[in-house]
Ligand binder design. Structure first.
Ligand code: FAD
Ligand code: MG
Length: 575
């Protein structure tokens, strides 16, 4: 059924929607979700004439996903209301730099009101958190977090036609005892500011004349849990801060400082290429940062952190002055509650389709760290794909038959494209030929076999700013173009009941990733597995992060902070 819709798409569209026949471009195709069709021009007539009320879009969150959605909205057909407990956008990749004063906190934030004003649209903002989503009644319940002096929390509810959930995630403690009470997280701007203050507090305290050597050693023992990009970058920043600035100002304390990085897995930065991992581990060991691999934290207390060593099974305790916890993310309680209402239990994030629409909801979208896309498997649809490709019902496919649908299959199932690229095959024809060298036709069994490994290339998208911001841009683009299709104003996804889609599914484009390692050295892994490590990548990092700033104001501030740091070093005043 799904496949048949593809084969008949062109003729049916022209038949069912004659007014569109000159102006509709059918871009792509098929399958599980149905046909993807894309309207590039306004329909000649609209069902919706006289329907003047603007649709109300409520956006929850002002992080990477929510802000890029708001920033890219151009259509004035919506009333947009943004709700977030933060009235600003924060450039999270620079938070590790904020922890040590390389960059100031105010240089990495931009007020959301200033961002929305620049969009030229009338966008409302409420500084509040959403504590309940009611999808049945199209309502969200919110509470302002203002302190009692200002009149205490205020509660209100908002109705919506469309809801965009971009509430991010929270740090995951894996229920490890003591983490919530005694560890620092590095997730928000306030966390970075607290870490900066704590580091300076510890140095000042360790300088007091009454302290014993052992106490000094304990105070200046910094433990970082989690060897992912954030933990590694913070460890590198802290090392540079201590060795470039604090050791000059506190010369007698230099030898008491110890930085320990605990990682439960076999290596730090394990999502990066092996060459980067090795370089980082060697650099940290040269720098004197103690990297302990296979070390699983079991408890954190005010003075000690206990970790179980995988190799020996022993539990080792390390006295600490400060613990920074950076082991990944988990869903926020409000998101968990919403997922429960949808029956999405045992998932780590809200499940959406490839158009970012929440499964089971017509008018709710979820993006960024709080969501995960349910990518469709080729093997689920394999029989239908085969029978529809086999136009002459010969029960075999010749290459010619296949060629007609190859592009559509790759569009609908991106894992096929990844598989071909990885195995250095030009196209699907090569893949089929590989399965059956001697013949130019394949039957269903060969077809299945050829594609059997393709689904193994499916991966969940990483929880990164890159993904979140691309999703925000994508969804805004869908909303902007929705008005071109006034005939079906119910959403960017599905033409009523026909199973066809007006927009391409979301496709993530990976531009590479950085791992700053301190000492003006950065590792960069760019598309095509191009690896670069060292000072030149550090300059690439500076230029990419400058260009990615959300405004000229923050761009100027960040560059001037870097310049100030080069000339004067980092500021260690405890303010
Ligand atoms: P967030 O940016 O976290 O935004 C969530 C928003 O929702 C916030 O505005 C929050 O206030 C709001 N919110 C929370 N609760 C509620 C509620 N109840 N109601 C309404 N609103 C709510 N990614 C990269 O690609 N490259 C990097 O270099 C990089 N470095 C990072 C460094 C650090 C220290 C951290 C913490 C993250 C880093 N990331 C990086 C990851 C990246 O920041 C996240 O993937 C990204 O922020 C996700 O965007 P989001 O919009 O989903 O969530
Ligand atoms: Mg055939």
């Amino acid at each position: 059924m799904r496949w048949s819709s593809f084969y008949n798409t062109t003729s049916r569209i022209f038949h069912e929607y004659p007014s569109w026949s000159k102006s509709v471009v059918i871009c792509t195709v098929i399958s599980g979700g149905g046909v993807v069709a894309y309207a590039d021009a306004k329909p000649a007539q609209s069902d919706n004439v006289g329907h003047n009320r603007k649709k109300k879009v409520v956006v929850l969150g002002t992080g990477w996903a929510g802000t890029s959605f708001v920033k890219n909205m151009k259509s004035s057909s919506y009333d947009i209301h943004v709700v977030s407990p933060r009235n600003y956008f924060a450039f999270t990749p620079l938070l590790p730099s904020v922890t040590c004063g390389t960059v100031e906190a105010r240089s990495v934030v931009e007020p959301i009101r200033s961002i929305s004003r620049k969009s030229g649209l009338d966008i409302q903002f409420s500084e509040a958190e959403c504590y309940k989503i009611d999808p049945k009644n199209n309502k969200v319940y919110c509470r302002s977090g203002q302190d009692k002096k200002l009149g205490g929390p205020e509660e209100f509810s908002l109705d919506y036609d469309y809801l965009v959930i971009a509430m991010g995630a929270r740090s995951n403690t894996f229920n490890t005892p003591g983490v919530q009470e005694h560890a620092h997280f590095l997730k928000e701007v306030e966390d970075a500011q607290r870490i900066r203050q704590t580091v300076i507090n510890l140095f000042e305290r360790a300088s007091l004349p009454s302290l014993s050597e052992e106490e000094k050693r304990k105070l200046l023992s910094f433990v970082i849990v989690g060897g992912g990009p954030t933990g590694v970058e913070f460890a590198a920043e802290l090392h540079d801060f201590v060795h470039e600035d604090l050791s000059i100002l506190y010369p007698s304390l230099k030898d008491y400082v110890k930085i320990t990085l605990l990682e439960a897995g076999d290596h730090i930065l394990n999502m990066f290429d092996k060459r980067i991992t090795e370089f980082a581990e060697e650099k940290f060991s040269r720098d004197g940062t103690d990297v302990r691999l296979g070390s699983m934290v079991v408890k954190v207390s005010a003075n000690e952190i206990s970790a179980k060593e995988r190799s020996t099974g022993e539990v080792v305790s390390i006295p600490h002055g400060m613990v920074v916890w950076s082991t990944g993310i988990g869903p926020r309680p409000e998101i968990l509650e919403f997922m429960k209402q949808l029956g999405q239990i045992n998932r780590r994030a809200i499940v959406t389709d490839e158009w970012l629409r929440v499964e089971g909801c017509d008018n709710i979208y979820a993006l960024g760290d709080c969501a995960t896309i349910n990518q469709r498997r080729v093997m689920e649809d394999i029989a239908v794909i085969f029978s529809k490709a086999d136009k002459d019902n010969s029960r075999t496919l010749d290459i010619k038959e296949f060629q007609d649908v190859v592009g559509d299959i790759i569009e609908r199932y991106p894992q096929v494209g990844i598989y071909l690229k990885k195995n250095q095959m030009k196209d699907m024809a090569t893949l089929l030929n590989k399965s059956q060298e001697s013949s130019l036709t394949v039957d269903i069994e060969y077809f299945k076999e050829a594609l059997s490994k393709v689904d193994s290339q499916m991966k969940n998208l990483p929880a990164t700013a890159q993904v979140a911001s691309q999703q925000g841009i994508y969804l805004a683009d869908c909303f902007n173009r929705m008005e071109l299709c006034e005939k079906y104003p119910e959403g960017p996804l599905r033409f009523r009941g026909t199973g066809r889609h007006r927009f391409h599914p979301f496709r993530y484009k990976h531009f590479g990733q950085f791992a700053p390692l301190g000492g003006e050295q950065t590792a960069a892994q760019l598309p095509g597995d191009w690896i670069s490590i060292g000072h030149s990548s550090q300059w690439l990092w500076y230029s990419v992060y400058t260009s990615k700033q959300v405004s000229w104001r923050t761009r100027a501030l960040v560059v001037s902070d870097w310049t100030r740091r080069f000339i004067f070093g980092r500021d260690s005043s405890r303010i």
